[in-house]
Design a protein around this ligand. Structure first.
Ligand SMILES: Cc1ncc(COP(=O)(O)O)c(C=O)c1O
Length: 389
């Protein structure tokens, strides 16, 4: 367990925003009763133990992780909810799943056989089908064989059937790839109705887009109630434009630890990629690429400094980067900006906001990666109060 006494950089986790986002997502989830927030990858970088505890505290009874180890950590922290494990495992993993009362998501036959070898009593499982993602899941044509396997199985109880959308950004379009996947999924689901499982297919983008059809009759007899497994939107970032109701759960804040007064022509950081074109004031911020602030952002990003957007300048280092604060400190005593807070994304203390989505674009990546990259050296501080109106 790491502890931080002197660290000026932190990830503030606004738990009230998580509560708010869950409420909003559940509204969009409509009549489906299956709702499984994804807390894998350290709850998208937010701190899985605290996030899971908070979710449980607001009534969530099912959560999703990728690794068995992630599930064990949650169990050992006292999480009692159902924990779905989406990754592949072998016989040793099967034993751990049983021991820690995790719910496996099965994607290949060897998982079924390994589980059956180690089980002494019945366990609930979910079955995943590959309808076009070509990552994990049984093939649609295996549904019949699986159906009869589950009819005969004394040890496996079918609790859920699922698929994963690969282009959920088109899930509002009946002619799109998502509806083609959902059509296939419907045919698969029909084989398992007898077991009365939950059916789930929607990630954040799927859920937001699919919700646009609330109250409509869907083509191909696709049920209007599709279970959801939101990740990104749970943490307040929106993969679909126009859904502005979500509030970012993470704010990365640091402090300027020293200032430099530069003359025209002087450069900043490794390689001297930024050169002062005027007399400049440069602030040093103690967070770098080892903490998840991608080096590809060098000379491209902005941060909030005293409520204003300022540019990051020079190459980002492992533990530090520099910002150009010349315009903000102009005509003011630099001493009044001692330990000035800097917000990399999320909210500053005054409620000004900087989007992780924008940072992702500048870094040439996606919001998911910005969140999950926030490193171990950044302490998570959990706040329960609302940060802005
Ligand atoms: C199987 C599965 N379901 C749901 C999600 C959540 O996706 P999102 O973060 O886009 O909501 C993921 C994320 O990768 C996933 O792998």
């Amino acid at each position: 367990m790491r502890w931080f006494l002197y660290r000026q950089t932190k990830a503030v986790i606004h738990l009230e925003h998580l509560t708010h986002n869950v409420r909003e997502l559940k509204l969009l989830n409509g009549s489906s009763s299956f709702f499984c927030p994804m807390v894998k990858a350290n709850a998208y970088g937010h701190g899985d133990l605290e996030i899971a505890k908070h979710l449980e505290g607001i009534g969530i009874q099912t959560m999703g992780v990728s690794l068995i180890e992630e599930g064990i950590l949650l169990r050992e922290a006292g999480i009692l909810s159902e924990i779905l494990v989406f990754g592949i495992f072998d016989q040793e993993g099967a034993q751990a799943i049983v021991r820690h009362r995790l719910t496996p998501v099965l994607s290949i036959w060897s998982q079924i056989y390994d589980l059956e070898k180690v089980l002494t009593s019945q366990i609930k499982v979910h079955l995943k089908f590959d309808t076009g993602m070509h990552r994990l899941g049984f093939l649609p044509m295996e549904a019949v064989k699986l159906q009869s396997h589950f009819q005969d199985s004394k040890k496996l109880k079918l609790g859920g059937v699922l698929t994963h959308l690969h282009s959920a950004e088109d899930a509002s379009d009946f002619a799109g790839k998502s509806f083609s996947q959902l059509k296939q999924f419907k045919t698969i689901c029909d084989h398992f109705l007898y077991f009365n499982p939950v059916f789930h297919s929607l990630n954040s983008a799927g859920l937001l887009n699919f919700s646009k059809h609330q109250g409509q009759v869907l083509p191909f007899s696709i049920p209007a109630a599709q279970g959801a497994r939101p990740g990104l939107a749970l943490y307040g970032l929106t993969p679909v434009p126009g859904f502005t109701q979500f509030k970012p759960v993470m704010s990365i804040r640091s402090q300027v630890v020293r200032y430099h007064q530069l003359s025209i022509g002087q450069t900043v950081s490794y390689g001297g990629t930024w050169r002062a074109q005027r007399e400049s004031v440069i602030g040093v911020v103690p967070i770098g690429y080892a903490d998840g602030y991608h080096r590809t952002l060098s000379n491209k990003s902005e941060v909030l400094f005293a409520g204003k957007k300022v540019s990051q300048v020079g190459n980002i280092c492992m533990d530090f980067f520099m910002i150009d604060v010349t315009d903000v400190v102009k005509d003011k005593a630099l001493s009044s900006f001692q330990n000035q807070e800097v917000t990399l994304f999320g909210y500053d203390r005054e409620g000004n906001q900087l989007g992780a989505e924008d940072l992702a674009k500048r870094a040439g990546t996606i919001s998911w990666e910005i969140l999950t990259s926030v490193g171990e050296r950044v302490p998570r501080i959990f706040e329960r109060a609302e940060v802005h109106a």
